[in-house]
Design a binder for this molecule. Structure first.
Ligand code: A3P
Length: 314
């Protein structure tokens, strides 16, 4: 079935494309729908697979770098001068299903991927391919507070926007965000899908928060390594392997690498736009008091009672 043949009940104005469509209960672009349909049809999970899941602008690039560095630390110690992360953007090392592997009508040959195969996606939990949900493969989700995620998304989409088009207005985008109309959103459904699954199946889904990771990266790296089945040994801890990985993947280090200042690793988006400020609480510089009130209300209404809470400031 092609994206065109799908029956769309709803469409909305998009941020990057003229329209986004509601597909299986979430919003996305026609090209993404095409890729997701192929992914659903052809992907078969292995028990050893690792899936990194996020809603855009929540720390995907960072999570990819950290997971890659943890999983490959025997072959590539984080301090080594020939570490792949020094010459490759994390999106090249951990490919997206919808933007790379199944994009442009491709059906990838995944047999060449060494185990554990590590992939990434923005697809909500309920729309993941069935074998991912049913098997024991592991999912790591990183969640970021909606205030910073909104600002990061709005600024990023403006940077990707053709110069011939007028800029995306903060107020317009904010209203769309609060109404749920953002790629792979509504954000609350996306977060709750993975959150609930992480509570029901903690061995299956690890739910991380960007703000907690920033506050204590080493603690969360240990948690991540244990979840991925490769905990740090006492010896590694003594040798400061965890700190080396945190440093290699830090915002400052990654932003200043040549590979991340140039080139394009996701579609035709420039890598340099993936690294902006990497802070908690930058929303304070952009949101008016009434916007803060509006988003707070949305969060209370949609996420209240779920147990999912956020730090909004560092
Ligand atoms: P800001 O726009 O707030 O700076 P994603 O990778 O999902 O697209 O998320 C992008 C956000 O993560 C951006 O936030 C970006 O600066 C931040 N980021 C990128 N690399 C990071 C890193 N190594 N550590 C912490 N934050 C990072």
């Amino acid at each position: 079935m092609s994206a065109r043949n799908c029956c769309f009940q709803f469409l909305e104005r998009g941020w990057r494309t003229p329209y986004i469509y509601q597909f299986q209960g979430f919003w996305c672009q026609p090209k993404e729908i095409q890729a997701i349909l192929l992914f659903h049809k052809h992907f078969q999970a292995r028990e050893s697979d690792i899936i990194l899941a996020t809603i855009p602008k929540s720390g995907t690039t960072w999570l990819k770098a950290l997971a890659f560095a943890i999983l490959n630390r025997k072959q590539f110690p984080a301090f080594s001068n020939n570490h792949p992360l020094l010459v490759s953007n994390p999106h090249d090392l951990v490919p997206f299903f919808e933007y790379k592997l199944y994009a442009n009508n491709q059906i990838p040959d995944l047999s060449k991927y060494p185990e554990p195969r590590t992939f990434a996606t923005h697809i909500p939990f309920q729309s993941l391919e069935e074998s991912i949900k049913k098997s024991n493969c592991k999912i790591v989700y990183i969640c970021r507070n909606p205030f910073d995620t909104f600002i990061s998304s709005w600024i990023y989409c403006n940077k990707l926007r053709a110069e011939t088009l007028p800029p995306l207005l903060r107020e317009d985008c904010f209203n769309m965000y609060c109404n749920g109309a953002i790629g792979f959103g509504p954000f609350w459904d996306h977060m709750l899908g993975y959150w609930k699954e992480s509570l029901e199946r903690p061995d299956k889904v690890l739910f991380l928060k960007y703000e907690d990771m920033k506050e204590d990266t080493s603690f969360h790296l240990k948690k991540l390594a244990k979840f991925l089945g490769c905990p740090f040994s006492m010896e590694e801890e003594k040798e400061r392997v965890i700190e080396d990985i945190a440093k290699l993947c830090s915002f400052e280090k990654m932003k200043n690498l040549e590979v991340n200042k140039s080139g394009k690793s996701i579609m035709n988006f420039e890598n340099r736009h993936l690294f902006r400020k990497g802070e908690v609480g930058d929303w304070m510089n952009y949101l008016s008091p009434s916007m803060v009130e509006q988003l707070t209300q949305v969060m209370e209404e949609k996420l209240g009672g779920s147990g999912l809470e956020f730090k909004l400031l560092s």
